[in-house]
Design a protein. Structure first.
Length: 256
């Protein structure tokens, strides 16, 4: 039996509530089962549904933006199991196999890269006094996760176990590194811009803005080599403070 489009859409919208029932014992397990329930009711009769429900109520935890990819693949596997097709991997084993890698990649890409990058771009608008800056952040940050939720769910349902290969071919760990690099450069440029605004009454201050930006580009290269983002942030703050103090002393000497 193939699930209808209406049922799959119902499951997708329920995945938006994945963490509403988050708990320390099973983490996202109950929320994941709640999302799958409309489809499971279509595939199984009451006694079979109880057995499958107990299986899906086990421990489960992954990144919420990549959970639709897992859910789509699980729906495909449940269709095959309901039709008594032979499966090379048990559904519970598949969930356990992909949950941790997806969680690690999602944390690095979305929390560690995309969020500070979107915040840095939005702060440029805020520094210019544009009231739409919060909306810019929301649009930039949410556009990519929504795309991942939709495409991941569709691909997962279409390809089943092969969705893992689709995920690997996208090279998301590399994208996570590039996003972090871009975030460091943007935040460094923002720091230089803020210093430029603060010292714009000084002579030749525009050159200081350029000088403040160059170390941030170097820090972006360090981020590519796996240096801690927190450490890079501290280094950036120290560089900005030292350059600010140095430039103020130099300009005061010129004026005198």
């Amino acid at each position: 039996m193939r699930l209808s489009r209406k049922t799959r859409i119902h499951v997708w919208f329920r995945l938006l509530l994945l963490q509403c029932s988050w708990n320390f014992e099973r983490l996202q397990g109950l929320g994941f089962f709640y999302a799958l329930l409309p489809a499971l009711r279509k595939l199984y009769v009451r006694d079979e549904l109880r057995k499958v429900a107990r299986e899906h109520l086990a421990y489960f935890n992954t990144h919420p933006y990549l959970a639709p990819l897992v859910a789509g693949a699980v729906l495909k596997l449940e269709e095959e199991r309901a039709a008594h097709c032979e499966q090379p991997v048990a559904i519970s084993d598949f969930k356990e196999m992909v949950a941790a890698p997806y969680a690690a990649i999602g944390d690095a890409l979305f929390w560690g890269g995309l969020r500070p990058l979107a915040a840095g771009i939005a702060l440029f608008f805020a520094a210019k006094g544009i009231l739409w800056a919060p909306l810019v952040f929301l649009l930039l940050y949410n556009a990519v996760p929504v795309a991942f939720r939709i495409i991941g769910f569709v691909r997962g349902y279409q390809q089943g176990l092969q969705s893992v290969e689709f995920f690997q071919r996208r090279c998301l760990p590399d994208w996570a590194i590039h996003t972090k690099e871009a975030a460091v450069v943007v935040l460094g440029g923002l720091s230089a811009f803020l210093v430029f605004q603060h010292l714009q009454h000084q002579e030749l201050v525009s050159w200081f803005g350029l000088l403040a930006l160059l170390p941030m580009i170097l820090l972006g290269l360090l981020a590519r080599r796996g240096v801690s983002t927190l450490l890079l942030t501290l280094i950036s703050a120290i560089i900005i403070i030292l350059l600010s103090l140095f430039w103020v002393d130099v300009t005061n000497l010129i004026v005198m």
